[in-house]
Design a protein around this ligand. Sequence first.
Ligand code: NAI
Ligand code: MG
Length: 820
Amino acid sequence: MSTTADDSVRAIFASMDYGPAPESAEAARAWLARHDRVFGHFIGGAFVEPVDGERFATVHPGDGSTLAQVAQGSQADVDAAVAAAQQALPGWRALDPGARARHLYALGRHVQQHARLLAVLEALDNGKTIRETRDIDVPLVARHFYHHAGWAQLLEREFPGYHGVGVCGQVIPWNFPLLMLAWKVAPALAAGNTVVLKPAEFTPLTALAFAELSLEVGLPPGVLNVVTGDGRTGAALVAHEGLAKVAFTGSTEVGRAIREVTAGRGVKLSLELGGKSPFIVFDDADLDSAVEGVVDAIWFNQGEVCCAGSRLLVQESVAARLEDKLRARMETLREGPSLDKAMDMGAVIAPVQLDKISRLVEQCRAEGGRCFQPSWAAGLTAPVGDDEAGTATRGLYFPPTLLADVAPASQAAQEEIFGPVIVSMTFRTPAEAVELANNTRYGLAASVWTENVNLALDVAPQLEAGVVWINCSNVFDAASGFGGYRESGFGREGGREGMFEYLAPDWEAALPTYAPGELTTPAGADGLGLGGDGSGGDAAVDRTAKLYIGGKQARPDGNYAYPVLAPGGARVGQAPLGNRKDVRNAVEAARKAVGWTRATAHNRAQVLYYLAENLAARAGEFADRLRVLTGTSLDDAAREVEVSVERLFFYAAYADKYDGGVHATPLRNVTLAMPEAWGVLAVACPDEAPLLAFVSLTAPALAMGNRVVAVPSPRWPLAATDLYQVLDTSDLPGGALNIVTGVRDELSEVLARHADVAAMWYVGGAEGSATVERESADNLKATWVNWGRRRDWFDREQGEGREYLRRATRIKNIWVPYGE
Ligand code: NAI
Ligand code: MG
């Protein structure tokens, strides 16, 4: 060895600098060349030309160079893709579960076989580092297909009474292009559905490569279709009448638009949206581990992660020490070319994102936030490339950034930056930490750092987030569900809970629609008129009911009542005509009644048993009332009461048995899947079976710990208002169940819009269902509507069961690592 070489080796050892360690782009370049760097859509098992021939370039954000031309999907392209998926559906559905499983398994295998191509292509198209695509994205993609091959295999055994929904339209973002494809496609196919997928316009290439790979596997034509294009193509897809299910990951704004567009169409919807996730460090945390946690939380994938830990909340006593350690660690991060294997961070996706990040950081600085970037940030130079026309282009780099002393209400602390920027704030007590953590409209994830397991498990359930990582951050696995609370969307991806997003109960699909006239608007509801035939009604039962709010009977705000009529037209009583003020009061009472949610499941069961007993004790009286109200025979009325009592017993029994699970994630941890109550859940009841439908809808919600605001049968509300005394004598705490009578669709619209209602069930007409879905978009509440289909409340399958309990809860996954 020559002295100079010897010297340089010594110099490298002394400085411990990394030399460039580029991964070869050859595999990806060859693949692109094989396609002449021009792509069509993948429809019906083949690449096809876009109908109107329009294309756009996809670039490598690391230097701005053009990688390929891809098709801009038009309405005609989307139509063709949906038609192909529809055509393939019966055959794919008819395959036996084992055969479907083998296809999914083969997809996982082939992803592994082509791992290098996919990893390099992903790094090029997105700008993220090869280390991440190679070690995280691609292995997780394969894992996702293997896991879901298992669900395909076990579908009938594990989901009896459920079937695949049909054709799924899926729109995904650019931050984890292939991984988001896997999260969408694997469960959809496992459930026996076919798919039209639209990748993001910035990153279409790995989806096209995957489509090609599905040919190798022999996936039947039309089972998976890929249409490329921008937001217009996405909009055409989600608006398509041929879909049974829409799944979306992306911005909250677009998620909201999709909620509105799909309203009332009978489409199942899951939305995985933005976040501003807290990263909470308590004073007894292992600070060195917490620093590595922050690196994973916010500098993984340049911070372009929906669940990025972007708000650092530190207990005051350790804030200075943690900041010092963090700043030192930031100096050692490396940012640069995507294919350099020694890089921690690559380029951000597009100029528009770079501008957004820069703007928010500048604004925070101007408002007095302390901004820290590593010393090497000043020398960060962007590699240059060239576009198709040969014009010079530049890579898009933003250094890791820490913004300290940020006001909790400032834009930097509230808005999703979607870049490598973390804002830090301090707290004093655990209660303050929880309050700060929940001070956001989002609720995707949270990370909690403490060596005290009691504290961690005390804090985790108080956090409004779908995923809680204890002493870890940004860990994912196919066996665990992932998804948000609040404006981070609804639905889960991964695990058993994720499969339900692609399945529907058999009974629900077979329901008839209401016959004309079966659903009514109360007579006189538009004024004060007393309606009826003027006969004066049955004096023995004629009385004016009140609303039930916060455990007390309350006069309606407007002081209006409407007549309740027997089928013959005779007036049998009056019910209050509730208005939006009454709804607001009821929601407020429900919001405050947190004691019901915090009560033990045993305790809630006891109350429901008590309710059942007290109703049973007055069965004769209720049966007689139902007979007069609805005009049925006394036998049928008695049966309605009897089944209502049984249903209360049923949910009392379930209150402490519908519990969660521990997911088998292949890491050294337990992943606790805990069903949690929504909080305030609104319920709108149909006209028929006024007692039984009311009980069938409110009891499961209460059993799971929700505080309920219910609109009972508008036609015969007295069946519900008669329950007040039963409720009063059953130890149900005030505010746990609130009842507002009146016009179902008017009250439902107010409930659907209300920001403090977290979820809503509606059973009524098709129009009312559409209104509820559309109006729920503002706070992205989860809805369960019947789309105008009539359930048989006496039927055990339709009127009760685990589907109701599942809809009454959402799963929070809490990751608890173990070992030293
Ligand atoms: P975006 O929500 O516009 O894009 C996501 C996907 O939706 C893309 O495939 C896009 O083509 C498609 N799309 C756009 N408009 C559509 C419409 N009207 N109907 C159907 N599909 C439509 O997100 P964008 O503009 O790329 O990023 C903006 C912000 O969104 C980011 O700064 C970030 O804050 C957030 N975001 C969140 C993501 C997440 O994983 N939750 C992923 C990407 C972005
Ligand atoms: Mg690109």
